[in-house]
Write a new protein. Structure first.
Lengths: 114, 113
């Protein structure tokens, strides 16, 4: 059974460029989470969806960040324009049911903004 | 700010020894989970303990929860080189309808062969 799939695994781009990160959750899962991990701030929740609907985006740092989930099998996290401080590893996770269920993480996208 | 704080930040032990990591949190919870992260990989769920449970076992893992002290510990017995990873606790929010998990700062465990 395939796990959570994220693409690309690595992205290096210049400041000001648009960055799109992609995630395919595990089939049948109804929750999808986007996290950012840095040495300084650890693992931060950016936004999460339930049944493709954004529920809480309070962790999205700025208007430059946006996330969509057009269907149950695909989500994107977009940064436009990108800045060097956005450099981090971005993880997508999915789960079935509420917070008493484990979250399944993808292997992340390592983003470097030059 | 982080809900959970792991202690110690880093731990190195000889293979075969037991490793204990601690997690403290600030607000009441329904559940606490432990995750492992190998270098360059995503987090992997290890075990979940509910607020009405005090201890739970899974293979070589033993988790305890003390809600009065708002703390949890993860014990890995008979450690192996493959246990080298970072370990995170994660707490949920007590209010209904909030499915967020807040992750701690992590303990980096190194098993020396």
């Amino acid at each position: 059974d395939a796990g959570v799939i994220q693409s690309p695994r690595h992205e290096v781009t210049e400041m000001g460029q648009e960055v799109t990160l992609r995630c395919k959750p595990i089939s049948g899962h109804d929750y999808l989470f986007w996290y950012r991990q840095t040495m300084m701030r650890g693992l931060e929740l950016l936004i999460y969806f339930n049944n493709n609907v954004p529920i809480d985006d309070s962790g999205m740092p700025e208007d430059r960040f946006s996330a969509k989930m057009p269907n149950a099998s695909f989500s994107t996290l977009k940064i436009q324009p990108s800045e060097p401080r956005d450099s981090a590893v971005y993880f997508c996770a999915s789960s079935w049911g509420r917070s008493n269920q484990p979250q399944h993480f993808g292997d992340g996208t390592r983003l470097s903004i030059l | 700010s982080q809900q959970g704080e792991e202690d110690p930040q880093a731990l190195s032990i000889q293979e075969g020894e037991n490793a204990t990591m601690n997690c403290s949190y600030k607000t009441s919870i329904n559940n606490l989970q432990w995750y492992r992260q190998n270098s360059g990989r995503g987090l992997v769920h290890l075990i979940l303990i509910r607020s009405n449970e005090r201890e739970k076992h899974s293979g070589r893992l033993r988790v305890t929860l003390d809600t009065s002290k708002k703390s949890s510990s993860l014990l890995i017995t008979a450690s192996r080189a493959a246990d080298t990873a970072s370990y995170f606790c994660a707490t949920d929010a007590p209010n209904f309808g909030n499915e967020k998990l807040t992750f701690g700062t992590g303990t980096r465990l190194t098993i020396i062969p």
